[in-house]
Design a protein. Structure first.
Length: 371
């Protein structure tokens, strides 16, 4: 969920980020409408899930490029790792803490009970347990923050105790973290009777220790991009095609084949999420090499990409929840529901633009002044 400076923007990655946040928004719009078995309703449910998965892999790809360069070019000490983390935190924490505090104040004013509020300040609301009910969209931010921390710390330790080439050491560290997260899923599957998607969503999909591999698969993709640039270019359309077929299998084929969570819980608990991340990563060769775009879509895509982090933080608990709290839509006609949705999306874009321009961007600029 990171932004790039204007001089280094890559249109394909902007497009990926814009698609991700729009998927999340449209996925949460379902809360406005009555539940339905209509195909479009099912697709929008998929959007909410897949949008976050796009963010995870993209974040891993971007921080992987930064961290790999730091690791290769420097004697990677705790000081260097801390410098990397400070820059990440300067980029992500100001927005998060501002929105978190506003959420807490509003919750107190309307009488909403917040259990264990302190956990949110340390991203512990879903570290190894089911996500707490308050500010539910923050679960993905916890995954990202811990992913940012674990890899540089492991690289520092490995650099001290293991005498191998830096390139080898880096990729081994990334693979170990991916394996550790997958093994955590194996342990979950062996010790938990999980036969419903609702439980899977709460106890597996949204828990940090089971999701770190999604970020690190993006990091692995960045390593491949750097070390196999020629192949990255040559096979980009082939792997994109494979990604499309994998997407169709994961999101439409499983139902046709009867591979439900009740009958194949091991597949769902252990393999489904890593395969989803791989599916997303297979689009990166095409998107990362789509450097520029001169059509009319370039500016709106770049704009949505820039404000995507603010949109993610504001759109659900602060905006949609409050609108639903004060406006009873249960008796609305379908036309009024569409008008309510249009108003909601407009408010999200306007407020996110203000947050980005007057708070997020100045904070990022301040970070650059203190390199």
């Amino acid at each position: 969920m990171q932004n790039q400076t204007k001089s280094s923007r890559i249109f394909g990655l902007d497009l990926m980020r814009a698609i991700a946040i729009l998927m999340v928004l449209f996925g949460h719009c379902l809360w406005i409408f009555p539940h339905s078995n209509h195909f479009l309703y099912q697709i929008l449910q998929l959007f909410g899930f897949f949008g976050v998965e796009l963010f995870f892999v993209l974040s891993g790809f971007l921080i992987g490029n930064i961290l790999l360069k730091l690791f290769i070019q420097n004697t990677f000490t705790f000081k260097i790792a801390l410098h990397f983390l400070k820059r990440r935190w300067f980029r992500t924490l100001p927005n998060y803490f501002l929105v978190l505090i506003v959420n807490i104040i509003i919750a107190l004013l309307i009488g909403y009970q917040i259990p264990e509020t302190w956990r949110y300040f340390f991203f512990l609301q879903n570290f190894n347990t089911t996500m707490l009910p308050f500010f539910p969209e923050s679960w993905s931010l916890s995954v990202e923050e811990f992913a940012y921390v674990f890899l540089p710390i492991l690289l520092v330790i490995a650099n001290i105790f293991v005498k191998k080439s830096k390139t080898t050491l880096y990729i081994i560290s990334v693979l170990l973290l991916i394996i550790a997260s997958i093994l955590a899923k194996v342990q979950y599957s062996l010790t938990t009777t999980n036969i419903t998607l609702d439980q899977w969503n709460l106890s597996m999909k949204s828990v940090v220790i089971y999701r770190l591999d999604s970020i690190y698969i993006g990091v692995l993709a960045s390593w491949l991009y750097v070390h196999y640039t020629n192949y990255w270019e040559k096979i980009k359309y082939i792997v994109m095609t494979l990604g499309v077929f994998l997407f169709l299998f994961l999101f439409f084929g499983l139902g046709k084949l009867g591979l439900t969570i009740a009958s194949h819980h091991y597949f769902w608990n252990v393999l489904y999420l890593p395969l989803t991340s791989i599916c997303v990563a297979l689009s990166l060769p095409v998107l990362s090499l789509w450097k520029t775009e001169v059509s009319i879509i370039q500016k709106p895509i770049e704009f949505i990409s820039k404000i995507s982090y603010s949109m993610y933080l504001l759109h659900y608990s602060l905006i949609l929840y409050l609108m639903k709290h004060f406006i009873d839509t249960t008796k609305f006609s379908i036309t009024n529901l569409y008008l309510f949705t249009a108003l909601y999306l407009t408010i999200v874009i306007v407020l996110s633009s203000f947050l980005y321009r007057f708070y997020e961007k100045p904070m990022t600029n301040l970070r650059e002044k203190n390199k």
